[in-house]
Each structure stands twice: as structure tokens, then as C-alpha cells.
Design a protein around this ligand. Structure first.
Ligand SMILES: Cc1cc2nc3c(=O)[nH]c(=O)nc-3n(C[C@H](O)[C@H](O)[C@H](O)COP(=O)(O)OP(=O)(O)OC[C@H]3O[C@@H](n4cnc5c(N)ncnc54)[C@H](O)[C@@H]3O)c2cc1C
Length: 477
């Protein structure tokens, strides 16, 4: 009997009869790919090249009915199941070895209702897809810093970006979500309908079902904002980081300031004399009144001797893709991250120290701002924990040569071990690497973890959805 070699949810070998695979193919509108098929390798690859897993089957879903067929197949066959949105998760959660991958990346429709300030987006959208459509109306959803990131993983994990200080987590700005649940039903979740599921979906990742669509609350913003970046030689870091500390601490919610320390890439906006040399960079995005923003950021522009300055009036969509080139798909990546209670001088001095020890020209230490509206809701408003954070520290190792893995991973780990003392004790679920579970999951959710496990027990009692940072009570794992 012809079979396809696969793996169960528990990781055991599983032989799926060809006839069952053919039935699944017939039930789908989109293509079903197996190893050797054109497009299989592209579909199984994710942003982080450290992840190299081979699913048995890839269903390239074209709509909700395809997702339902896939969930039914996974439930009945016992095959491991994963969902792919933008493929940006650093742990590679989109792909399970020997599993069935529901690849939603062809589902990229966005519908904007300007009068009610709502956008409906299909779950395979990238952040840039949503910005592109909403900005036509001078509206924006709260999204992240890199336009190629998937909305599904980002929103389900909480989500933050330049406008989070003003409007909260991405998931705070969601009106409803549509999911296909473990029992194969299409379920609408909002404050009014299936409220417990809606609570869990806003932070709980892919634990509860396959997201097929999101309804975002939009805010009037852009199309022109004041933003960009200014860079200085690393020798000026102590003074620049003090400017950052003061400006970030006093910033109104409209202003997000990000500090980045790294080796200068050969970017055309940077003085060629600093290419390959250490720099400190401040990224700014002010979505308030443009004239006031210009005045607010004038001291940053005027400070010291910049080696590059692209802080200017610009379309919001260009701000949203400013970092894209620094995060290409297919490099090797390893991150360590912590939430910070404050942006203080001692912590920033340590950031500079660890940046000075960077082992790869693509690595960086980044401090993102939070606080503001993130703090304005109660800690159990949704599953996302850590509303007390004022900033996010991300130690991002990035390189190309596989043989150098241990060097760059160890740089990130050792910097993190030293920086942990500045943490709130919390961390962001969407930045967790492959090996981070257990206590790191508790750090990501805090008190909300127990409630997440309860919601999981109701909506996915057999832990069908386990290719995620899993919140199932231990018994179902
Ligand atoms: C370069 C880069 C920049 C980033 N910037 C930010 C940022 O600014 N702000 C921020 O908050 N985060 C950011 N992140 C983290 C990001 O939120 C997570 O990596 C997130 O998981 C990416 O979502 P994705 O859809 O691209 O992921 P994928 O790898 O496709 O999916 C990751 C996991 O999300 C879940 N998932 C995906 N699709 C579905 C679905 N349809 N239904 C149910 N579950 C699903 C599953 O558990 C899946 O395994 C960034 C990541 C990268 C790599």
C-alpha cells in the first residue's frame, strides 16, 4: 500500500495512505504540496534559516473551507499540525517535522471600511498589506516594525510597534477574530461572542484554532508623519544614549524612539567612512502633529556629529518598512529578550558594553519603547501579560555562516545573562526562541497563564494545536 511518511502530534512515525492524501487534495481549492513538488521548499522555508524542518504535507489554503478540510484531516489522521502566516516566528513554529502545514500565506485580502474605521484582513496578510490599504484612507492599525512580518502570529501573540504607546498592543486594537477550532467549526470571537476564546486569542498565540481573519480597529494617522533615523559613531554612544533616555522618558504617546547599537551596514544614508564600524542609531516615529513633531525632535537631529540622518517628514508606509532591509529572510537568527521596567542610564551603559562585543556585522542590541497606552488597560484585559513594561530589550544575533552558529548564539546568551538583572522578570512570547519554554512561558504570561490553560482546555481539549508556545495543562501535552 502506497503511503506518505509523516509524524504524529507526539512525534512518532506515521504512514499516511496515499488514498487519504488524495482525498485531502480533492477537498482543497488550493494546492497540496509534498516533498519534491515545485514550491514545496519555498513553502516549508521560514524567515529564520536556523529552522530546517520538512513537513509531510503543505496545504496552501485559499479560504476558510480549505482550512476546515485541513483541520479535519489532522484530527482524523493524528498527523502533527502547524499554521504558517508570514513565517517570521524565530522558533519556526510555522513548520512541524513530518506534519501537515496549513500555509495561509496566499490569503492576503484586506477590506477597509473608512466610515466605521475598521479593516478586515485575511490571516495570511503581512503587516505591509494592511498598511497599504488602510493608509489610502489616512487610517492605520497598530502593527509592528517590519512590514514583511505576518499579521497572524504578531496579533495572536500581542503585537507592538511604533504606535503602541499611543494605542496599546496590536491585540488591544482588534474588534473580532474568526477561527477554525479543533472540532472543525468556524467560530467568530469578540467581546460579545465567545468572549473567553477572544480573551485567549489576544496573546495566546496559535493555541486555540486556526485564525482565518481579523477585524482591526483603525486610527486616523498619516499618510504623512515625522520619522526616520539618525546615526552617530559608537564613540558618542554615552551622550547619545543619554539623549535617548531623556527623550524617551519624557516622550508623549505619539512619539516612539528606538535605540539600536550595531555595526554600520553599507547603507547609502550612512557616511561611507563608518560602514563596517560600530554605530549608535535612534529611530524615531512621531505620529502627532507634524510641525510639533519636527520641533520635538529638533534636539535629536542637532545633537553631536551624526554620520547619517534620514529623520524627516515621510509617508507612514515608508516608516513602517524602514527596518525591512536589516531583517532579510534566510539569514540565521537567534534572539534573547526581556521586558524592562524603565529606560535607565546603568542599563543603557551595559547595552553599549555588549554591543561593543558584537560578533557579527548583522547583529544588534535594540531597546524598543512601550508604556503609554499599553499600561492603560488592566493586566487581565486579555491574555497578553507584562503591561507594566516600559521598554523591550532585544539582543538580536544574525549571521550567515552555519559554522559560526555557536559564536553568535553565545554572544546573545552571555549578553542576556548579564542584562537579565534589569528585567521586569517578564518576556515577550513572540520573541521566544526554540528552546524557551517552561519558566519563560510563565514569564511571558504571568498570572494569565493559568486562565489561558483553562481556555485551552475548553477549546482544544486534545491539544491538536501544539505547534506554538503551548499553554495546555501538562496532562494534554
Ligand atoms: C524581523 C521581525 C520583526 C518583528 N517585529 C515585531 C514587532 O515589531 N512587533 C511584534 O510584536 N513582533 C515582532 N516580531 C515577532 C513576530 O510577532 C512573531 O515572529 C510572529 O510569530 C510572526 O508572525 P508570522 O505570522 O509571521 O509567523 P509564522 O512563523 O507564520 O507563525 C508563527 C506562529 O503563529 C501562529 N500562527 C500563524 N498563523 C496562524 C493562524 N492563521 N492561526 C493560528 N495561529 C497562527 C502559530 O502558532 C505559528 O506557529 C518580529 C519578528 C521578526 C522576525
Amino acid at each position: 500500500m502506497a503511503t506518505v511518511a509523516a509524524r504524529t502530534r507526539e512525534g512518532a512515525p506515521l504512514a499516511i495512505e496515499r488514498v487519504r492524501v488524495d482525498e485531502l487534495r480533492a477537498a482543497l481549492r488550493g494546492p497540496l504540496l509534498l516533498a519534491g513538488d515545485a514550491g514545496y521548499d519555498e513553502a516549508r522555508s521560514v524567515w529564520n534559516a536556523m529552522i530546517d524542518r520538512r513537513p509531510a504535507l503543505v496545504a496552501r489554503c485559499l479560504g476558510v473551507a480549505d482550512v476546515m478540510a485541513g483541520v479535519r484531516f489532522a484530527r482524523e489522521s493524528g498527523v502533527a499540525l502547524s499554521m504558517k502566516g508570514g513565517g517570521h516566528n524565530i522558533s519556526g513554529l510555522a513548520v512541524a517535522e513530518g506534519g501537515l502545514m496549513l500555509d495561509l500565506s496566499l490569503m492576503r485580502g484586506v477590506w477597509v471600511e473608512p466610515r466605521s474605521r475598521v479593516a478586515r484582513a485575511q490571516a495570511g496578510c503581512l503587516l505591509g498589506d494592511v498598511d497599504r490599504e488602510t493608509q489610502l484612507h489616512g487610517l492605520a492599525a497598530v502593527l509592528g516594525f517590519v512590514s514583511a512580518t505576518g499579521i497572524a502570529g504578531l496579533t495572536l501573540g500581542g503585537g507592538f510597534g511604533y504606535t503602541s504607546r499611543r494605542f496599546g498592543w496590536t491585540s488591544d486594537n482588534v474588534r473580532s477574530m474568526d477561527v477554525v477550532t479543533a472540532d472543525g467549526r468556524f467560530v467568530h470571537a469578540s467581546e460579545e461572542e465567545n468572549a473567553d476564546l477572544f480573551w485567549g486569542l489576544r496573546g495566546g498565540g496559535g493555541n486555540f484554532g486556526v485564525l482565518t481573519g481579523v477585524e482591526y480597529v483603525l486610527h486616523p494617522l498619516g499618510p504623512e508623519i515625522y520619522g526616520g533615523a539618525v546615526a552617530w559613531r559608537a564613540e558618542e554612544a554615552p551622550q547619545v544614549l543619554e539623549v535617548f533616555r531623556k527623550a524617551a522618558t519624557e516622550a508623549p504617546p505619539e512619539l516612539a524612539l528606538v535605540a539600536v547599537m550595531r555595526i554600520a551596514p553599507p547603507a547609502p544614508w550612512l557616511d561611507p567612512n563608518v560602514h563596517g564600524k560600530p554605530i549608535v542609531m535612534l529611530l524615531a516615529c512621531d505620529t502627532g502633529d507634524v510641525t510639533k513633531a519636527e520641533q520635538r525632535l529638533a534636539p535629536v537631529k542637532a545633537f553631536g556629529k551624526p554620520v547619517g540622518d534620514i529623520l524627516q517628514r515621510r509617508p507612514y508606509v515608508t516608516q513602517q518598512s524602514l527596518l525591512d532591509a536589516t531583517q532579510p529572510r534566510g539569514r540565521r537568527y537567534y534572539w534573547k529578550s526581556e521586558y524592562l521596567p524603565a529606560i535607565d542610564g546603568e542599563m543603557l551603559a551595559k547595552v553599549a558594553e555588549h554591543a561593543a562585543r558584537i560578533t557579527s556585522p548583522q547583529s544588534a542590541v535594540v531597546v524598543f519603547p512601550l508604556g503609554g497606552a499599553v499600561r492603560s488597560r488592566p493586566s487581565d484585559h486579555s491574555a497578553v501579560g507584562n503591561r507594566d513594561a516600559e521598554a523591550v530589550l532585544n539582543i538580536t544575533a544574525s549571521w550567515e555562516d552555519k559554522a559560526q552558529d555557536s559564536v553568535h548564539v553565545e554572544w546573545a546568551r552571555s549578553a542576556w545573562r548579564d542584562m537579565r538583572r534589569f528585567s521586569t522578570g517578564g518576556t515577550y512570547v513572540n520573541f521566544l526562541t526554540e528552546e524557551e519554554a517552561g519558566e519563560r512561558l510563565a514569564a511571558a504570561y504571568g498570572k494569565n497563564l493559568a486562565r489561558l490553560a483553562e481556555v485551552k482546555g475548553r477549546w482544544d481539549p486534545t491539544n491538536l494545536f501544539r505547534m506554538n508556545k503551548n499553554v495546555a495543562p501538562a496532562v494534554a501535552r
